[in-house]
Design a protein around this ligand. Sequence first.
Ligand code: ZN
Ligand code: ZN
Length: 255
Amino acid sequence: MFLCDFHIHSCYSDGKLSVAELVDFYGARGFGAIAITDHLCETRTFLGQSARVLQKTLLKNNFNRYIKEIRTQAERALRRYNMIVIPGVEFTKNSFSHRDSAHILGLGIHSFIDPDLSISRIVDEVHGQQGLVIAAHPVSTRKMEPQTYHLWDHRDELSTQFDAWEVASGAHLFTEVFESGLPMIANSDLHQPRQMSSWKTVLDGPRTLQNVFSGIKKQELDFTYYENPFPWQADQKHKKASWLMPDLLGSSLGG
Ligand SMILES: [Zn+2]
Ligand SMILES: [Zn+2]
């Protein structure tokens, strides 16, 4: 059995740690599989354009560098920690209305996908790259942040397209998702070390991409609340940085 977290942000978008630091952060804690899923914001909306100005989103022109860096770190993670690192993105469709906002995780992709495409087209493109599509925090996160209800409001028609729905994106378990009968996954939506204490997915079998994806698809998984064993150590190094750089877009980007 091994711990997994498939929703993690690096400093390529609005996360505090680099990809290398995330690998060491999770590897040192014995995780078996993680996915790096930086925001890829729409370009046509006001909030998407704001994210570009504030450098809180991946761009088309740094996407290949992002994937290459994750691949390099994935090789190191496998050698050093026996942990697999999956490249991913969080397609980020933000609107001033919670009901029109949607965040979609694409796991295991390797080529750029236009975030301005419709949700159905994004799903097709991710599946076309043999990736998985996850509905991120589809119900209320109980946090003071913008919410993303579009996917949940359309779950009847989207249920056949999405591979799993987040039953947690942090410390709170979404009972609506848990009781829905939809396929589930638990992640942390980690932006900074202190968010490490959260629900995680547990998988069994070999630590390979094939086994991980199959476990999610067949729902042969479990969930556990993970209490970060070294919280003081994790925040020490980044304390100064977070004081100096408040999350400028935190209120509009959401998780
Ligand atoms: Zn999100
Ligand atoms: Zn996120």
